[in-house]
Design a protein around this ligand. Structure first.
Ligand SMILES: Cc1ncc(COP(=O)(O)O)c(C=O)c1O
Length: 287
């Protein structure tokens, strides 16, 4: 693991934030999770754009601007020196007074760390995950818009915790209308009659960069692709179900609430995963 913090690389045991940092006190901050594939940071300009949009949505200043963020990411990846990894860029509101008032924080805390990551056991990746419908709904866009990648992930954490307590691997999170939003930290896709379907991000998901890549690849492979509202019913009746994310990559779902979802073959997902491997090598920024 390599950690960069407020201007320099620090050892893991020295990588500490203040107890008065509003990132810790209130979850007041934003982040990005990116992959390094084949010695390149995958779709870095898109991650930086999403990061900048989250910064605007929260009124958090990016220290040194977007160019400085890019430099920090590439410097940290270079220091890590490995061709595969998971990189996280974090900006918190910084140290302030007790109380939510963000105007008491004058210096944002900037952190970049990179390491390996494994979200699911290898046998699960092959067999598929067991998913359960969460009792935690995605907040509406007039609360904090779920497209903001903020440090406030309690909704996601509690959905995941509930899934694990119920003996499952992953949570299916619905929005206020009972439609599929996403998984705890991943977007949801189904395949039905050869067609690839995913909910629009306005149904309550992050605008996933892996999701976007899947759609682009599917179009290139001439797989019919459409955004549409999905319910639990659609997942139960699907030929294939899978989730996507920078941490998770592309992971099949085997069951939903104890019922098998889709077959065991997953031909469309398999084609997409194969093409994605090549795509990752062609859409990175070298460091
Ligand atoms: C809530 C949430 N949904 C979806 C995703 C997937 O987005 P991406 O593919 O950009 O990593 C993430 C990030 O990992 C996430 O945190």
């Amino acid at each position: 693991m390599k950690i960069w913090m407020n201007g320099k690389f620090v050892a893991r045991e020295d990588a500490n934030v203040s107890v008065l940092d509003h990132g810790l006190l209130y979850g007041d901050g934003i982040f990005e999770g990116m992959r390094i594939y084949g010695g390149k940071v995958f779709r870095l300009p898109d991650h930086l754009h999403r990061f900048e949009t989250s910064a605007k949505a929260t009124g958090i200043e990016l220290p040194g601007g977007l160019d400085a963020m890019k430099k920090v990411v590439l410097d940290t990846a270079r220091e890590f020196g490995q061709t595969e990894g998971y990189l996280r860029l974090i900006v918190t509101r910084g140290v302030g007074e007790l109380g939510v008032d963000p105007t008491t924080c004058s210096n944002p805390t900037l952190i970049c760390l990179v390491d390996g990551i494994r979200l699911f056991a290898p046998d699960k990746l092959k067999k598929g995950l067991d998913m359960v419908t969460s009792s935690y709904r995605r907040p509406a866009a007039d609360a904090v818009d779920p497209r903001v990648k903020s440090l406030n992930y309690l909704n996601n954490v509690l959905a995941k915790r509930e899934a694990k307590l119920r003996g499952a691997d992953e949570a299916l999170i619905l929005n206020q209308a009972g439609l599929v939003a996403e998984a705890s930290v991943a977007n949801v896709f189904i395949v039905r009659n050869g067609e690839l379907l995913t909910p629009p991000v306005t149904d309550g998901s992050l605008s996933g960069i892996t999701r976007d890549s899947m759609i682009e690849i599917a179009k290139a492979l001439k797989i019919e692709t459409r955004e549409c509202h999905l319910g639990r019913f659609d997942l139960l009746g699907a030929d294939e179900v899978f989730i996507t994310g920078s941490g998770a990559k592309v992971v099949p779902i085997a069951t939903l609430d104890g019922q098998q979802t889709g077959g065991l073959e997953r031909p469309v997902m398999t084609r997409l995963v194969e093409a994605f491997e090549q795509y990752t090598l062609e859409h990175g920024t070298a460091f």
